[in-house]
Write a protein that binds this ligand. Structure first.
Ligand code: SF4
Length: 348
């Protein structure tokens, strides 16, 4: 059992059975997350009996780094999992802190036609500790503090709901990663029943929805999930979130040349969300090797942006991090797999 997969309450329950007081559980949690310890023996404020019990019952291992790819504003890290699968996390340096985009699955089954991860199919869900370890490993390796985590990397977080919510509890807990709810964002392609589960969860944080099209005909063409949960059902779930949680929803909209970047699409989108608490993020499409899509021109993006603005829709244009070096979702992993079929010289 890897200790980085335990939420505070799971740890508390487990250790109470071993007759360890709640006050000590807080010390153990702080030691795991605040100080760069690599072994239970390095823990402060914990006696040797407790260290020995932890050594007997838990592992404390993090993730092996297979490759690091650095650009001016981002660092992409490819991690090798214990079963030799690989996942990636992207650190973005922003003026308000370090944001880490993490993976939640190996591959993804949602099949969005413009997405590199969707082409790689899901191999398996990540365990909770494998998500926590992406954050802790990068903090330790780069000696930095991560201030925001977005679940927007490879995988659909709500297709791995229980492990993801345990991970979010670890991100949120004041004795663990202590980020706070306004610094954690889950991005879904629109698994509607799980949005309702998320709304009623005590650790519900920010919500981003990958919308990418304003109507069923176009959205179903590029995002198969829309055939199961169409736009009107998704909008009802978004409304439920904004009224229950009292926060806006971020709508991700990747701008694809002559697919979803037309004036008609912009007007339709404005009309769809004009009475909703949504904020649109326009994302320039990051061209990958294997797709038929290309990025919108700057003019098309500006026209789209202006139409939303004129209709009083809050909108920003997202900066594309590290576009010079394999930044696209799932791309580093894809390159790694094709270049290193039998990796033998990995650095850690
Ligand atoms: S966009 Fe997200 S949900 Fe769609 S295939 Fe890619 S990783 Fe999966």
């Amino acid at each position: 059992m890897n200790i980085y997969g335990f939420t505070f309450s799971m740890l508390e329950k487990y250790l109470l059975n071993k007759e360890i007081k709640t006050s000590k559980v807080a010390f153990i949690a702080k030691s795991l997350y605040r100080y760069p310890i690599l072994s239970f023996d390095d823990m402060n404020d914990v006696n040797k009996e407790i260290k020995s019990m932890l050594n007997t019952n838990f592992e404390i291992s993090l993730l092996e780094t297979a490759e690091i790819c650095e650009s001016e504003d981002s660092i992409k890290v490819l991690f090798k999992l214990p079963d030799s699968n690989v996942i990636e996390a992207v650190l973005m340096r922003q003026n308000y802190g370090n944001t880490l985009c993490i993976s939640t699955q190996v591959g993804c089954n949602m099949g969005c036609s413009f997405c590199q991860s969707g082409r790689q199919k899901k191999t398996r869900n990540l365990e909770t500790w494998e998500m926590t370890a992406q954050v802790v490993s990068i903090q330790k390796k780069l000696s930095i503090k991560i201030s925001n985590v977005v679940l927007m990397g490879m995988g659909e977080p709500f297709d791995n709901y229980d492990n993801v919510m345990n991970f979010i509890s670890i991100l949120n807990n004041p004795y663990m990663l202590a980020l706070g709810k306004n610094h954690i964002s889950v991005s879904t392609c629109g698994i509607v029943p799980k949005i309702y589960d998320y709304i009623s969860h005590p650790d519900c944080c920010l919500l981003a929805v990958s919308l990418h099209a304003p109507d069923d005909a176009l959205r179903s063409k590029i995002m198969p999930i829309n055939k199961v949960y169409p736009v009107n059902e998704l909008m009802k779930a978004i409304d439920a979130y904004t009224s229950a949680v009292n926060k806006k929803v971020f709508l991700e909209y990747v701008m694809i040349h002559e697919v979803n970047d037309t004036v008609e699409c912009a007007l339709e989108l404005a009309n769809l969300i004009k009475d909703r608490r949504c904020h649109v993020n326009l994302i320039p499409y990051n061209e990958t090797q294997n797709t038929d899509f290309s990025k919108s021109s700057h003019d098309s993006i500006m026209k789209f942006y202006d139409i939303l603005k004129k209709n009083d829709i809050p909108v920003t244009m997202r900066k594309v991090f590290g576009s010079s070096s394999n930044a696209a979702c799932g791309q580093l992993r894809a390159n790694y797999k094709s270049n290193y079929q039998a990796p033998s010289a990995l650095s850690t």
